[in-house]
Design a protein around this ligand. Structure first.
Ligand SMILES: Nc1nc2c(c(=O)[nH]1)N[C@@H](CN(C=O)c1ccc(C(=O)N[C@@H](CCC(=O)O)C(=O)O)cc1)CN2
Length: 323
């Protein structure tokens, strides 16, 4: 029988799937580097290990896990850490007094108040009590304001983690269009500031054109903006908000959302992001998974910020500018 001339031609081209951005791997690599840098710095400067203090109010189980992970990461990189556990009934004034004591304690370099806080406590007010120098979350208004002006500052951990992933995966940002979905003060807004930061100023500029979408962006507009985007960053907490028909082929999709849902198939709970991962990865060029994408970077960037705070404070102490 004559050979079929078409037998080697596939019926349709192999589907090309997005490259998966491995935040867990990158965060482990950064932690190894940090461990070395901290060890070297302590030897060279003859200083104590950086010290991080986390404040955990109440018994929210997710917050307990995050704080435990932060303690473990600190230990891994050679940062000393402690958690101050406080009852959910603590008053705002009592919490403020505890933070003020930590601000004045020169054995502490980084202070973090785990969010969310109970409803009777004003989280913005609390974040502003943490001194700028020890604000390793970068949530205080001065640090956030400096970021919006492209000035050197403590950048919030999740936005910093997103920026680090874009850099590690060599994703071009200069002149590209980025859509940020979600306008929260600690994630969406600082991510937008970083993306549109001007390379001619103090912080490393990404020079993107950005579009910010939020709950009142009409769905058809959201789809239109997303389809134009080279980079989409979504931080909303709404599973499957971003679908494959909203993606420009080859775009980079960064999913910051984390929602715990019940999986009918496995009869177990599982974590999902805001992106319909299985379908979007067929169109996107790069994509972060949930879990294992941005989440581990948040913890890792906290270690980086704590080291930065410790170095700055040690320098100020050496120059006798503080006690
Ligand atoms: N003071 C702060 N509070 C909160 C922050 C913050 O940065 N500072 N961010 C979030 C919670 N968060 C850190 O605190 C955080 C969330 C998720 C992860 C993470 O690693 N997620 C994993 C999955 C973890 C799991 O199995 O549950 C992943 O995505 O792979 C780390 C830190 C709100 N509060």
């Amino acid at each position: 029988m004559a050979p079929n001339p078409h037998s080697e031609v596939p019926l349709r081209p192999e589907p090309i799937e997005a490259k998966i951005i491995d935040g867990k791997k990158i965060s482990e690599e950064i932690k190894i580097e940090l461990r070395e840098q901290i060890k070297e710095w302590m030897q060279q400067e003859n200083v104590r290990a950086p010290q991080l203090t986390c404040i955990l109010v109440g018994e929210d189980s997710a917050s307990q896990v995050y704080v435990k992970n932060k303690m473990k990461a600190a230990n891994d990189v050679g940062i000393k850490s402690e958690t101050i556990n406080l009852p959910k009934t603590i008053s705002e004034d009592e919490l403020i007094q505890i933070i003020e004591r930590l601000n004045d304690d020169n054995s502490v370099d980084g202070i973090l108040v785990q969010l969310p806080l109970p409803d009777h406590i004003d989280d913005k007010k609390i974040c502003n009590i943490v001194s700028c120098e020890k604000d390793v979350d970068g949530f205080n208004s001065t640090n956030l304001g400096r970021l919006s002006q492209d000035l050197n500052t403590m950048v919030p951990c999740t936005p910093l983690g997103v920026q680090e992933l874009l850099k590690k995966y060599d994703i071009e940002t200069f002149g590209k269009t980025a859509v940020v979905v979600g306008r929260s003060a600690h994630v969406g807004k600082p991510i937008q500031s970083l993306l549109q930061s001007d390379g001619r100023h103090e912080i490393s500029g990404m020079d993107c054109t950005t579009i910010m979408c939020h709950r009142f962006t009409p769905p058809e507009k959201l789809k239109k903006f997303c389809r134009e985007a080279d980079i989409i960053i979504v931080a909303v907490g709404k599973p499957n908000l971003i679908r494959e028909d909203m993606i420009k082929p080859g775009a980079c999709v960064i999913d910051v959302g984390i929602t715990r849902i019940y999986d009918e198939e496995t009869k177990k709970s599982k974590l999902v992001g805001d992106v319909d991962f299985e379908n979007v990865k067929k169109v996107a060029g790069l994509i972060t998974p949930v879990p294992g994408g941005v989440g581990p970077m948040t913890v890792c960037m906290l270690m980086k910020n704590t080291f930065t705070a410790a170095k700055r404070l040690a320098k100020l102490r050496k120059e006798k500018l503080i006690k």
